[in-house]
Write a protein of this length. Structure first.
Length: 185
């Protein structure tokens, strides 16, 4: 009986000690769990902030990329329009009246004669008759070329290119900004 009482006391003491240990363990478990939840919450917040920043950055990059591509397309179209305008201008010069061409050709020959005499003149096919009667021309050749004239001295050491395309190239290059403003505002 006394032994039963000692056994009961030991069991009760062990149960009480176990209950205390269980309560401490539960308190530690809850503390660890709360700490883990707080850490997870902090990590989620940081990841969400980082994700939002990444999304914002990607949207900015995408917007910049789209804007750059749009500018490339606009520039390509503007270049295409400028090229078409250039070709249309060359065609217009080449298709002017024979009377106007004769006047321009005479002026070109006179300008070349300031530098050289006894000219060989290269002109578009069917334009040779426009040069008849102009002094200082010793030979006329009709190679396959657009409008305008190319002139050389007799020994071929001096050559002046008054071809419409060549002259327009120079003007076009010097006045490209003005031409662009006229065409595109």
């Amino acid at each position: 009986m006394v032994l039963d009482k000692v056994i009961d006391d030991i069991v009760n003491s062990a149960k009480a000690e176990a209950n205390i240990k269980l309560a401490e363990t539960e308190s530690q478990r809850q503390s660890i769990l709360d700490e883990a939840k707080a850490t997870v919450s902090d990590i989620r917040k940081r990841e969400e902030i980082e994700l939002n920043e990444t999304v914002r950055r990607l949207r900015c990059q995408e917007t910049s990329s789209v804007e750059l591509e749009a500018k490339k397309i606009v520039l390509a179209k503007k270049k295409e329009i400028l090229d078409l305008a250039f070709e249309a201008t060359v065609e217009r010069l080449c298709s002017m009246s024979n009377e106007k061409k004769r006047e321009i050709y005479r002026s070109m020959v006179e300008s070349a004669q300031e530098v050289m005499d006894q000219l060989t003149v290269y002109c578009p096919q069917d334009d040779a008759q426009l040069l008849e009667g102009i002094a200082g021309i010793t030979a006329v050749e009709e190679p396959d070329m657009k409008g305008g004239l190319v002139m050389e001295n007799m020994d071929g050491t001096i050559r002046i290119d008054y071809g419409f395309r060549t002259m327009l190239d120079g003007i076009w290059e010097n006045e490209l900004k003005t031409i662009s403003e006229i065409l595109f505002g």
